[in-house]
Design a protein around this ligand. Sequence first.
Ligand code: ATP
Ligand code: MG
Length: 286
Amino acid sequence: MKDIIRIAVQKSGRLSDDSLSLIKECGIKFYNGTGKLKSTAINFPIEFLYLRDDDIPGYVADGVADLGIVGENELVEKDKKVEIIKKLGFSKCRLSLAIPKGEDYPGIAYFQGKNIATSYPRILGNYLKSNKVEASIHEISGSVEIAPSIGLAEGICDIVSSGSTLMMNGLKEVEEIFRSEAVLISNPDMEPGKKSIVEKLLFRMNAVQQGKGNKYILLNAPNDSLDRIISLIPGMRSPTVLPLAQEGWSSVHSVLSEDQFWENIVELRQAGAEGILVVPIEKMVL
Ligand code: ATP
Ligand code: MG
């Protein structure tokens, strides 16, 4: 039988869309009809399992799936034997401790002897231990933010992105204990045939990520300022310089990160650059 790899992705939630978009951007075609738990790609040897994110680390550790896309928070909490093979840069969030808005907060010692509600007992337990705080942890699986108002706990430890959910529930964030983003995980004992498919997938993901971080830039410049402009946008090997139909002018093409672009834009214009176009790059292989 031909080798095929299996990847576990979240069925529906905050990781799902970005996980599937990344795979599509790698040129992999598949149909994921709603309600389906499994599907197979048409043009790449990969099969998808659609699962709850909580179950992804376990399935990958057991080898039911070879790869998985999951938040680091869930991965560390589940503590399964898997390898992180790539950080994916989406679903960024933090795990924080929060208490009722009106309370004074003198520091982490505040939690000594208190009750804290969370869905992340392991991460929280480790954090409290390393800060030498003894508190009792109440594990609940959802709606953690309401715990203080119903008298279940004095504080909570939960995922925060903007902080608006905390505010709506009369809470304030007091300690950030963990930062998370989506990661690609793999089973540590994969057969060589599967490993080489994973390598191909990683190559494509890297090309997509490189492309996203960079822009293609085109501009017109008077020939006497070309040296200055080339030094501002050095590109991959060096910029392309083409003559314009108008005497004394050139078109300069290069690649640079979006940050570099904004940093250099004033100097580029001072150097005489005009008609500057910035174009997205779909894939980039160095
Ligand atoms: P499931 O039904 O699959 O168990 P869930 O309710 O546990 O889903 P989601 O809320 O979909 O999980 O979040 C999935 C992951 O996305 C989280 O574990 C975290 O890594 C990340 N995440 C959660 N909230 C946010 C947020 N507000 N912004 C960005 N990323 C987030
Ligand atoms: Mg979950």
